[in-house]
Write a protein that binds this ligand. Structure first.
Ligand code: MN3
Length: 197
């Protein structure tokens, strides 16, 4: 059974004006789809073909002979997680236990956003910035290229900081994109569900 491109959780133009329909049509329709198509080609006829996406990532991680499989499988997973990390009219503030934890860990939401932004901007080249739960401690994590937080570290929310995520709308201004992500896109409900899971 081939890996499939999951549907977006919202319409392509639903994140406008922060992220344009044009960006989503390329980012989802071309980039995300290409990772799915490449993964299917790479695992065709191998024993990975019948595994779950998470299993393929686990098997390929750290295997020098499976770098291409890891990169494409991880990017399929990362993008599906990224779409869920955003919602129309998102941003704002978390609530409940996650809000209390953000306050206790980072000294409040504005301080958290500043620290996240610094980490995301400091990630040289392509990669991802994450809010993660590391054994009960919230941390800001960045990864290069297709890398993701390794279990047992649990991702709560992610922001794609590859240029293709923001270049059409923000050009080179990654700090502005990350600020807009927290102001208007971030799906705190999704983060709270992951935090509680
Ligand atoms: Mn991307």
């Amino acid at each position: 059974m081939a890996f499939e491109l999951p549907p977006l959780p919202w319409a392509e133009d639903a994140l406008e004006p922060v992220t344009s329909a044009r960006t989503i049509s390329f980012h989802y329709g071309k980039h995300h789809r290409a990772y799915v198509d490449n993964l299917n080609k790479l695992v065709a006829g191998t024993d990975l073909e019948t595994r779950s996406l998470e299993q393929v990532i686990g098997v390929a991680a750290g295997d020098a002979g499976k770098v291409g499989i890891f990169n494409n499988a991880a990017q399929v997973w990362n993008h599906s997680f990224f779409w869920q990390s955003m919602k129309p009219s998102g941003g704002g503030a978390p609530s409940g236990a996650l809000a209390a934890k953000i306050d206790a860990t980072f000294g409040g939401l504005p301080a958290f956003v500043e620290q996240f932004k610094a980490a995301a901007v400091g990630r040289f080249g392509s990669g991802w910035a994450w809010l993660v739960d590391d054994g009960g401690t919230l941390k800001i994590h960045t990864t290069a290229n297709a890398e993701m937080p390794a279990p047992p570290v649990k991702p709560l929310l992610t922001c794609d900081v590859w240029e293709h995520a923001y270049y059409l709308d923000f050009q080179n201004r990654r700090p502005d994109f990350v600020q807009a992500f927290w102001d208007s896109l971030a799906n705190w409900d999704f983060a709270a569900r992951n935090f509680g899971a």
